[in-house]
Design a binder for this molecule. Structure first.
Ligand code: NCD
Length: 304
């Protein structure tokens, strides 16, 4: 039995197979409409989410399967003190696969150890968000036609943003990747990530202003400041509008520079950019459903 805890759980060859499947699903959705008939997915979300939970549920329903679960830990037995290990043992009796989001780093891994069904980490605290990374990689591969030889800007909350941490780890496995980290001093990428980049000889630079690097980027991954992970409101208020990407800044960008964002957006991308063909964040959300369909099929052993 296989779980998905980190984007590195799949080799790059396995990821290519997964993305080929996701692209086939997007081109031929009818072919897969009954692939999960009779199967049940549990979505156990101990932390708020719109996209991730609903995209998992949409993915399972589009495969002909059914879904059950909870969208708030306070509605579940966790409120009575039940451990995730006990919860997953019980859920294993009710469902065939589980997507779990938890505010505590590592909780889905603890669950996976005791689980009788495949567990997908749907985001654990500020740590990892592997299915967002699969979504991001599929978006880049489909629209840029490659995952190597790219200069990638990541902008915003690089300290607390788990989508950023997962994506950096996943991209270091491809050749010719260069990172440009754009953040205020307080929201820089954690040292364990820059240490890993140094060890792997992956080039990166850290800057504070978007303008100076815009012309050099193949894609720009914008993120919101992660309000819920701040210790005090004052710091959040001071930093939340540090970056606002608008048409004036986009004039400095190349004509093929894609803008990605895991969403939800707060103020960091002006709505005036939504019709710019380089703004692909809503397309990215669509790719998120196809890649989760491919992942469910793969983990249930139904991909062939
Ligand atoms: C992200 C998350 O939950 O980490 N959202 C998502 O899953 N698309 C990004 C965020 O909340 O900022």
């Amino acid at each position: 039995m296989r779980h998905l805890m980190s984007p590195l759980d799949f080799t790059t060859e396995e990821l290519d197979k997964l993305f080929d499947l996701a692209e086939d699903i997007s081109a031929n959705p009818k072919k897969y409409a009954h692939a999960c008939d009779g199967k049940i997915m549990a979505t156990c979300f101990y932390e708020p989410s719109t996209r991730t939970r609903l995209s998992f549920e949409s993915a399972m329903i589009r495969l002909g399967g059914q879904v059950l679960g909870f969208s708030d830990g306070s509605n579940s037995s966790a409120a009575k003190g039940e451990s995730v290990s006990d919860t997953i043992r019980v859920i294993s009796c009710y469902a065939d696969i589980c997507a779990m989001r938890h505010p505590k780093e590592g909780a889905p891994m603890v669950a996976a150890e005791k689980s009788g069904i495949p567990v997908i980490n749907a985001g654990d605290g500020g740590h990892q968000h592997p299915t967002q990374t699969l979504t991001d990689l599929l978006t880049i591969r489909s629209l840029k036609k490659r995952l190597d030889n790219l200069t990638i800007g990541l902008c915003g909350d690089l300290k607390f943003g788990r989508t950023v941490h997962s994506l950096i780890h996943a991209l270091t496995r491809y050749k010719g990747i260069r990172f440009v980290f754009i953040s205020p001093e307080e929201l820089k990428v954690p040292d364990y990530i820059t240490d890993m980049l140094k060890e792997k000889n992956v080039p990166y630079k850290e800057v504070m202003h978007l303008e100076e690097v815009m012309p050099t980027l193949d894609l720009l991954y914008m993120t919101r400041v992660q309000k819920e992970r701040f210790f005090n409101e004052e710091d959040y208020v001071r930093l939340k509008d540090f970056y606002i990407l608008d048409s004036a800044k986009m004039e400095l960008a190349g004509k093929d520079m894609l803008i990605l964002h895991p969403l939800p957006r707060v103020n960091e991308i002006s709505v005036e950019l939504d019709d710019d063909p380089r703004a692909v964040y809503f397309k990215q959300a669509q790719y998120g459903v196809y890649v989760r369909m491919a992942l469910i099929l793969t983990l249930l052993g139904l991909a062939e």
